[in-house]
Design a protein around this ligand. Sequence first.
Ligand code: HEM
Length: 421
Amino acid sequence: MKLSAFDPVQWLVQTAIRHGGFWRLPIPFWHIYMVSRAELVQTVLIRDHDSYGKSGPIFNRIRQALGRGLFTAEGSDRLRMRRLLQPAFSRSSLTQTAALQSPLWQAELDDWQHHDVVDLAASFIRLNMRVLARQIAGDHLSEAEVTAMTASAAKVFRGMPLMAIPEWLPGGAGYRQAIAELDGWAYLIIERCRQDSPHNRTIMGRLLWPEDQGQPLTQRQLRDQIFTLLMAGFDSTAVAESWFSMQLAMQSELMQQLQTEIETAVGSQPVTLADLRHLPSLAQAWNETLRRGPFPLFFRSVERTVQLGGVTLRRGSQIILSPSASGQDPHYWPQPEVYDPDRFAEPGAAEAATRNGQYYPFGMGPRQCIAKDAASMQALLALAELLRRYSWRPASAKPLRTGRYAMTQAPRDSRVIVAAR
Ligand code: HEM
């Protein structure tokens, strides 16, 4: 195999599957385990979640960037942040987010008419960051500023997995620089939003003037929350949307089937939030896309000595959970390499697979993704409108492959040739 074709994350995933979904990585002096066996995933994330936290070397690296934002916070701090932020992602906020997204996406899709080849991932990232910036800061950031902030976020994400690089090597210092750059954006957002009225219900407004009447958040706490949301949201949904669209690019029949569903249910008007419930095949294809997850891995640390899968794990051991390994395990998914939305044809199939511990693209239990519903709604709306307006095929004849791991893992090449419909 050519070295450039070797994908270390997918190698880890496949090795974990071969070891029955529970495997200690052969790294001397490190106690680090891959976990993707359903009942063990349920134990770590739900049944015994108090024994598994977010500390140790992996989280030190992540905390260097995110500080103590919602993703890394623990205990009562985390619960308060979750309560303050939850309304911004609740079902009742979806209508507002959809209204924000639609004109931005229409403008992006209008622009496609001037291009034969489009990089899907770049378009999706642009859209999602514009929406997220508006959710966080209203109209305080210009389009050019959002673009520059996106570039800073990408640098931090690329640096995060390089845990083994000491600071004195070039890659180590680069990470700190990237964090400082994104810090600049977070503090700028805070400063501009302080000028708003206290009734402002942007995310920043919810944090600056908390409804729970508790202590005001410090400047550092505000920075950590904004930094966390930018990192968690900047490309997660976009990566999943890119995989979805590339799968369809490879399967024109499936693309036509979804386009027919949209034509029948929606007609020739732009797709609305209310239309989504009439597009079951679209939702099935989205669920099937998430089976490999945009996040192939996420992490936990063992906080007290535990028994897991018949093995004693001592305090300080690190756990890598892998939605990708669970999603590609033939014990749970016959012919896992085949992209087959019919796996989710039965109503409630995705929820049942999550309950069984076999499917958790958004995590599970108390630390499940805060934006689970909002991210799926935004994606379905964007993808439905894309399908209504365009058909597309891959720009390259090369098979669909994973790109470089940077917390998420996007398709290596997401350029497509587009044709307006
Ligand atoms: C398809 C898109 C997305 C996927 C697949 C996804 C996946 C995940 C996963 C797997 C976790 C759990 C990590 C863990 O247990 O350690 C998580 C947590 C989180 N996600 Fe997402 N995410 C997505 C979109 C987003 C977006 C758009 C945002 C924000 C704008 C977001 C914000 C968060 C936050 C703040 C947490 C931490 C929650 C907590 O610990 O209480 N996610 N996400």
